[in-house]
Design a protein around this ligand. Structure first.
Ligand code: ATP
Ligand code: MG
Length: 414
């Protein structure tokens, strides 16, 4: 026999409990997002590389080190999407949706791809849920997407122990002033910074604030903060966001170090963090991005949104939702199979999860029903078939009674 093939490093199969947890997260988020008026979109898993990599200025780890980029057979540079936002902005422009009917409120879910070092809570194919308000400059939009994220965590029963940390990255003018102060400070510590951060200091100094290196973190702890360099406009915008969050009843903590992992943010930046997942403590992150749609060739379209990792949310669930318990329809002998199948179809049509054991005598079929963790067995022998009834056996309580088939279906679909 050939040695068994393995999944590619950093990818995983979702089977049984793992799939049910994943599905539960998606369904819960979809339901909550719909309550806020988000409509669901689906865009391709791979895009023109330029959708994600926009010029030489991009210094984020995601774009500079983690992308799955390849040349396809036609010679085009293609990238498996590392995130949803850029593709959604591309779709807004390519579908001509930028002129009218803004804002568009979009919910998204699907697989994302990043070439990272795999570990618990960090994969090369992972999955996100994502909400974006495309084309809204108002601070209320920032607060609303955050409130939606908070509601998703509450609906999943995992909000306890997760904290919203929020920061502002200001507008362009604020950022220029801040960058100058930050560069002055970091330059004094240049020799002690990690190699990566020395490069960041040259290319995009704000990115040093996001470093995961321990020495960098100690240096960053003493760095000047954006809040002291905000223009009056940027400060007012941030105050409004915080005020609306209070209005929505979302608790938060200000954290001057949050800059986010992608380069396109301005004004609001936020993360929902927990200490229950070790180094992978950010479950949800997002912010405002005012220039991205323009970079896709559209008009100025200020937007705000977030993405959350489904694997990390799943790990926080207290218990994955249980598998549904079927009803087992059991023909005692082959002669009763046609009637058993008709009864099974009647049950399924009434919305009842139903299984028919494929083969064997009554004993074998009952064993199969127990393995399936069936809640009820409907047993059809020769007499039952003649009289149009079934034996209704409660597999938890053990009681058994004779019921007409319609009565059995009625009871099980209630
Ligand atoms: P991190 O700091 O953990 O690398 P990030 O800032 O790169 O996260 P985002 O790009 O903001 O993450 O993506 C939003 C969310 O997607 C993260 O908060 C996390 O829950 C999830 N996520 C990101 N990368 C991965 C990954 N490789 N595996 C699993 N989940 C991930
Ligand atoms: Mg990352």
């Amino acid at each position: 026999m050939a040695s068994p093939l393995q999944p590619v490093r950093g990818t995983r199969d979702l089977i049984g409990e793992d799939f049910r947890a994943h599905h539960h997260v998606v369904e819960t988020a979809r339901r909550v997002a719909a309550l806020y008026g988000f409509e669901e979109w689906s865009t391709p898993i791979f895009e023109d590389t330029r959708v994600f990599s926009r010029g030489l200025g991009d210094t984020s780890d995601v774009v500079s080190k983690e992308m799955y980029t390849f040349t396809d057979r036609g010679g085009d540079s293609i990238t498996l999407r590392p995130e949803a936002t850029a593709g959604l902005c591309r779709a807004l422009v390519s579908n001509g949706l930028v002129q009218s009917n803004l804002p568009r409120k979009v919910f998204y879910t699907g697989p994302m791809f990043r070439y990272e070092r795999p570990q618990k809570g960090r994969y090369r194919q992972f999955h996100q849920i994502d909400v974006e308000v495309l084309g809204a400059a108002e601070p209320l939009a920032d607060a609303e997407v955050i409130a939606c994220g908070w509601d998703v965590l509450n609906a999943l029963g995992i909000a306890d122990g997760v904290v919203l940390e929020i920061n502002t990255l200001g507008d362009a003018e604020s950022r220029d002033a801040y960058r100058a102060a930050l560069v002055a400070y970091l330059s004094d510590h240049r020799a002690s910074l990690s190699e990566d951060s020395q490069v960041r200091l040259e290319k995009n100094p704000l990115r040093v604030l996001d470093s995961k290196d321990e020495t960098d973190k100690r240096i960053v702890a003493g760095a000047p903060v954006m809040r002291d360099h905000l223009t009056a406009d940027a400060a007012r915008f941030y105050d409004k966001v915080l005020g609306y969050l209070t209005g929505f009843g979302v608790p938060f903590r200000q954290n001057d170090r949050i800059v986010r992992g992608l380069d396109y943010y301005s004004h609001t930046a936020f993360e929902f963090v927990t200490d229950r997942l070790g180094a992978q403590g950010t479950v949800l992150g997002g912010g405002r991005y005012n220039g991205l749609v323009e970079e896709m060739g559209g008009p100025p379209t200020p937007s705000v949104g977030w993405a959350a990792g489904i694997e990390r949310l799943s790990m926080l669930l207290a218990a994955p939702p249980p598998a549904p318990r079927p009803v087992a329809v059991i023909p005692v002998a082959e002669a009763q199979e046609p009637e058993a199948l008709a009864l099974a179809q009647q049950l399924r049509a009434a919305g009842v999860v139903t299984e028919v054991a494929y083969k064997g005598n009554l004993k074998r079929r009952m064993e199969r029903a127990n393995k399936l963790h069936a809640r009820v067995a409907l047993i059809l022998g020769e007499d039952e078939a003649k009289q149009g009834v079934v034996q209704f056996r409660d597999l938890d309580g053990g009681s058994q009674e004779t019921l007409s088939r319609d009565e059995a279906v009625r009871r099980l679909s209630a």
